[in-house]
Design a protein around this ligand. Sequence first.
Ligand SMILES: Cc1cc2nc3c(=O)[nH]c(=O)nc-3n(C[C@H](O)[C@H](O)[C@H](O)COP(=O)(O)OP(=O)(O)OC[C@H]3O[C@@H](n4cnc5c(N)ncnc54)[C@H](O)[C@@H]3O)c2cc1C
Length: 475
Amino acid sequence: VTEALRALEAEAARALAYEGNAPANWVMPRNGVDHDILIVGGGQSGLALSFALRRSGIARLSSIEAQPAGQAGIWDTPARMRTLRTQKTLVGPDMGFVPLSFPRWYEAQHGIGSFDAVTRADRTDWADYLRWFEAQSGAAIRHDTRLVRLEPDGEHFRVHIERDGVASVEVSRKVVLATGLLGMGTPSVPPILTEGLPSSRYRHTSQQIDFIALADKDVGVIGTGASAFDAAAVALEAGAASVHMLCRKPAIPTLQVNQPRGYPGAADNYPELPDAVRWTLFNRVSRGGTPPPTDSVLRVIEAPNFHIYLATEISTVRVENGRIVAATNREPMTLDFIVAATGYLQDPRLRPELADVAAHIALWQDRFEAPVTEANPALATYPYLGPGLQFVERVPGAAPYLKNLHCYTAAAALSFGRLIGDLPSMAWGISRLTSALTKDLFYQDFDRHRERITSQSTSVEFNDDLYRSRVWAAT
Ligand SMILES: Cc1cc2nc3c(=O)[nH]c(=O)nc-3n(C[C@H](O)[C@H](O)[C@H](O)COP(=O)(O)OP(=O)(O)OC[C@H]3O[C@@H](n4cnc5c(N)ncnc54)[C@H](O)[C@@H]3O)c2cc1C
């Protein structure tokens, strides 16, 4: 196994060399700037972007990641599914560079043809693959390093970071936030839980949950999305006495609402659609809900101690005689612990590291007034992004540096019509962001580039002597 993997690594290195590896840096230096681009987040998006940018000739590039080496992203925690929810054949962070792709990595360990038998990638395999990709792609991510404050400095940023409790400041010309589902907001936890229960009695799915401690306990799960089913499954597998899933709607969503617009013409040109169309389409998904994957449902559906309550909503909760008593629109429930599978709020104003800039960021509510029938406060606070995934000023001229701050997170979904960060969006999203970044870095310094591109070439194909012997000379 190791031998085949080492052979693949050698092949990848050779293939990169044949392809010219990374072109020489072409970005014009600026005084006092440490990085032309700083990528915040070393999950699969940060990895993919770093690989793509270096192959576009951007060398003064740096990546930071809050988690220790090997622990970036969601795949070890909090993801709880057995396999990825997405197709096995989607382009990953290799962006089509086959020797560093998941299928090649998988077959190097399990034999040629073994990938045919995979239905969806195993979650732990995917986490292992990303660790391998990080090492092989030369991402040089600085781990244990957290962005704590982004301070505008002219059109650049003073980036305040913390590593092992030590604070420092670096200056970056552009910053990309590839900080995941929580990067532009917070978990959305129903206030009835925060107000009615001690924090030891509930968790959001994005948090660590001690499922072993839930053995023999009665567990409530609010929500019916993928994470709700995964949490229910892990609780049951850990020996929970019972799991009670609460669904506010009269039925669990089964419709893939986005399916009619999944073809490339519509999906790729989505950002140019009028705001009203983008709002309507996204609001339909937001209201209709996303179906949980069939595999996640199958994982729990046979358990006799698993129950689904349709059209059921908790109105109050309190602890009584050591147990949670939940009043609902039906009979009350007695539980020991509640898992909130209730999604995320997207709003840059909720992020402490963005405190200096958030008030200047245009949100959808600043740019678009939804018709009353389509009002949705949860969507109104999504950032209204420009075509290169850059933030836009709320008041034009008030914060010109925002054109150099890019948002490659789930909060881009309303502007782009996709869950930016996941695998289905990767090839398109990373290509789009890479070309936006290279375009900005080129045109922001166009005067210097014009000088360079119109200068006299120094590249000589061959010396005149090569053909001198054949030059006709009149006798
Ligand atoms: C339970 C679950 C299951 C999912 N399953 C799938 C699936 O099967 N297929 C799929 O394509 N997508 C899936 N997704 C969507 C998933 O979130 C993304 O595909 C993937 O995690 C996106 O990668 P990312 O790099 O954008 O974000 P993340 O993986 O979240 O990585 C972001 C990184 O940024 C770091 N970070 C955040 N803030 C800072 C800071 N201030 N300073 C430094 N570093 C910071 C974090 O530590 C983290 O490592 C799933 C999501 C969840 C929650």
